[in-house]
Design a binder for this molecule. Sequence first.
Ligand SMILES: NC(=O)c1ccc[n+]([C@@H]2O[C@H](COP(=O)([O-])OP(=O)(O)OC[C@H]3O[C@@H](n4cnc5c(N)ncnc54)[C@H](O)[C@@H]3O)[C@@H](O)[C@H]2O)c1
Length: 338
Amino acid sequence: MKVMVTGGCGFMGSDFVRNAVKKGYNVVVIDKLTYAGDERRISEIREKIRLYKIDISHYKELKEIIFNEKPDIIVHYAAETHVDKSILLPDKFIYTNIVGTFNLLQACRDFLKDFLFIHISTDEVYGELPKDRDIKFKETDPLMPNSPYSASKASADHIVNSFVKTYKFPAIILRASNNYGPWQHPEKLIPLTIARVLLNKKVPVYGDGKQVRTWLFVNDFTIAIFKVIENGRIGEVYNIGSDEEKENIEVVKKILKLLGKNEDLIEFTSDRPGHDLRYALDTEKAYKHLGWKAETSFEEGLRRTINWYVENKEWLLEKLMEAEEFKSKILKYYSRLN
Ligand SMILES: NC(=O)c1ccc[n+]([C@@H]2O[C@H](COP(=O)([O-])OP(=O)(O)OC[C@H]3O[C@@H](n4cnc5c(N)ncnc54)[C@H](O)[C@@H]3O)[C@@H](O)[C@H]2O)c1
């Protein structure tokens, strides 16, 4: 069985690629290798896969690869993923997340016969939830995205859905909550916090840090994809999240505690404009259709994650340098807005 993974050198895509190779899939990766992509994430199985370094927003190159490779399954992770970057530099999000997704759909429709297209989306497409009520997003809820990132992902979801309805295109959409684990770029909260704490530097926290996110260990998400390949129903959308709802400040304090540092390192900064208060997913449908639910507790996942970054400090600090440059730019921008 041949599986093509877009964004297979990214944080989540590489976890799937490593595991798909172990399971005996014939794996082909498409990745532009932007600042967020890194071949080292798949070095342990590099000899066993084919990697095409191309941009999915360039149709000509993309269609040739799809025509030549003729995959049975496409798992579409490739995207621009950093919300802050989408606020300062939204253009790339439109090209990659919307045009790139459209190109993939077109190429699959033109050149493939029997295949399954798994589109990776996010809980952020639903917009935000109130903090004080015990409600969660269901797959049938309307999409009301608030950032250029989530709007570009919601646009892609709509286009995928339109292909399903119009052309009977064999796609399944997964909407994931915040993933964390080894190999995540330190532009994101958990590795950023770990990196700064390891350097004994202040840890920036947006606003009052009371925003709530649901945390899913990346390997649990990978397992969900294998379940979708086995049991997923064409045309369906599945929410893939956990019950581990945490305020950002709680996450930061937990990391400080596990690394033996005190809370003086926390530094509150200007908030991100349009910062959603809370996301939470109802995952009942994934359990019923796929037999999937999150297995790794936040406690256990976070311990494993911290251990990995401590052991791979060199990689983390190399990536932190890039992240810090952008972080200082965006903080200046937000402080001018507030
Ligand atoms: N990380 C999360 O918490 C999270 C949560 C929900 C959904 N998602 C979704 O999951 C997917 C993967 O997220 P991630 O955190 O692993 O992202 P990431 O930023 O770590 O990796 C993205 C990958 O896509 C590649 N890429 C970017 N633009 C490209 C282009 N134009 N052509 C080809 N490749 C390109 C990058 O080089 C990189 O390897 C994304 O679609 C994202 O929206 C992520």
